[in-house]
Write a protein of this length. Structure first.
Length: 228
């Protein structure tokens, strides 16, 4: 016989915050101060309060656990995670958010976190509490896809940059080297991706490199696909 008993859920938010630091794709990771998984690494997050919108809860949890101001970040919903047993405290459904931002400041641990730090994704993968390894993996894949179809990579490069700087962002996020000549050709032949500043960077060693700034487009047409 099919049970028609309703399941009572607790709703939570988790945040996958990614940035490029020290030539590595890094995620914001806390060390949990409370059970369950006390002393273990996890993504920032927590339970929704009764009077909160879901995104407001994400902003609050980010501030409480890391000291970062989520109101200045673009938070996009990744998806909902609700597998039975994902949280030992009971039936908990979490709405995960993704943010991909450059030049984020160092975090400071807050109320529910013993510590908070930027950590290379490759170092932390496979160590996270709850189902946060799955959330992080899917967030990284979303970020990689965003670089294929949008001009997001330019935001990691500052006001002006060389094509080599831009290629480095792609290599860090995608996790593999790219052919410089092929990459340069695709970038410069994509309308609205970048535009020249008319200036050059003069290195101590080597040839001067032309400087660019972000173009006016947000979507890449054609896309810059990883497999190509």
């Amino acid at each position: 016989m099919i049970s028609r008993e309703h399941t009572y859920l607790r709703l939570a938010v988790d945040l996958a915050i990614l940035t490029v630091r020290e030539d590595a794709l890094q995620a914001l990771v806390i060390t949990r101060a409370n059970e369950p998984f006390r002393g273990r690494p996890a993504l920032p997050g927590g339970f929704l309060r009764g009077d909160e919108d879901i995104e407001d809860a994400a902003v609050r949890e980010l501030a409480e656990e890391t000291g970062l101001d989520g109101t200045r970040l673009h938070l996009e919903q990744l998806r909902a995670y609700g597998a039975p047993g994902r949280d030992p405290r009971g039936r908990v459904v979490s709405i995960a958010f993704l943010t991909i931002m450059p030049d984020l400041p160092l975090p400071t641990a807050g109320s529910d976190a013993r510590s908070a730090a930027w950590t290379p994704v490759e170092k932390v993968r496979g160590t996270l509490s709850f189902d946060h390894d799955q959330i992080l993996d899917e967030a990284v894949e979303r970020a990689r896809t965003r670089l294929e179809f949008t001009t997001l990579a330019t935001t990691f490069c500052g006001p002006s940059f060389t094509i080599g700087d831009l290629r480095n962002v792609y290599e860090v996020v995608w996790g593999h080297k790219l052919d410089p000549r092929n990459f340069n050709r695709k970038v410069l032949n994509t309308p609205g991706f970048v535009e020249p500043t008319g200036e050059r960077r003069i290195p101590e060693v080597g040839r001067p490199a032309a400087l660019y700034r972000p173009g006016g487009e947000q979507a890449l047409n054609p896309p810059l696909l990883r497999a190509s």
